[in-house]
Design a protein around this ligand. Sequence first.
Ligand SMILES: Nc1ncnc2c1ncn2[C@@H]1O[C@H](COP(=O)(O)OP(=O)(O)OP(=O)(O)O)[C@@H](O)[C@H]1O
Ligand SMILES: [Mg+2]
Length: 275
Amino acid sequence: MSMRELRQSPTAQMVSPDMQEPELMLECRQLCKVYTQGPERVEVLRNLNLRVYAGERVAIVGASGSGKTTLLNLLGGLDLPSSGEVMIAGLNLASLNEAQRGRMRNRNLGFVYQFHHLLGEFSALENVSMPLLIAGNDVRRSASRAAAILERVGLGHRLEHKPSELSGGERQRVAIARALVTEPRCVLLDEPTGNLDRHTAREIHALMAELNTQLATSFVVVTHDEEFARSLDRVLLLRNGQLEELDAATRAAIAARGLAASLVEAPVQDAAHGE
Ligand SMILES: Nc1ncnc2c1ncn2[C@@H]1O[C@H](COP(=O)(O)OP(=O)(O)OP(=O)(O)O)[C@@H](O)[C@H]1O
Ligand SMILES: [Mg+2]
């Protein structure tokens, strides 16, 4: 049973009257982001609300330029909103200074960027060890955990390669390994498997499912992979600066037409409701 079903299940509430409300992992309230480019104002997010509970897996879909990366950057504290609030594990990001935000990220969040952002002068093993070292683990233990997760994403034979010596998909897998190696409570991923073949993408999805089951890791994933999006607990469409929850019927319609086509044509929403 997904977290969402659990929250909504009257049986669960009846059987376990003292069962606690699932923990709110991530929340944003009335989030606005406006970019000012000379005299031009680009209003990307407009009073956007989102709640993600511990153990929930949420897909975010939307047309190119709709603001998906902007949203993930705000959720990860990599950028600040024009107005509104972001809370991670109960902490309001605006109340933290840069150093505190960095520590909060290292403790709670994994981040897979759309364009991976690996450190060019370091090997795959060193890139993946980095978050563990920053968290205070010793070098040997960090290297051994980094090697294990690189093995898991199919790169056990590329540990000493630098990013420039890896293919695009291999770099993306190093970035995924780096985000997951600390076993963060919440992972934000920006099109993590866009460059990967179907088999490798499925391996990465399986790894995410495993972490979700074993550690109740939450995932917020921007994706164009409709099969993968449908396998998650919720699918949210970012459109006109806000998130709309896609119900089962709309999700099925999108599956039939293909996600890319549906985004261009803007799928019809019968029972759309904001977060
Ligand atoms: N630093 C910036 N300054 C000005 N405008 C920006 C900036 N970053 C993004 N934008 C604009 O904000 C809009 C949203 O960009 P964003 O990168 O969030 O889109 P996206 O949904 O991730 O798109 P894609 O699917 O192509 O990655 C775009 O129109 C973009 O041109
Ligand atoms: Mg993007």
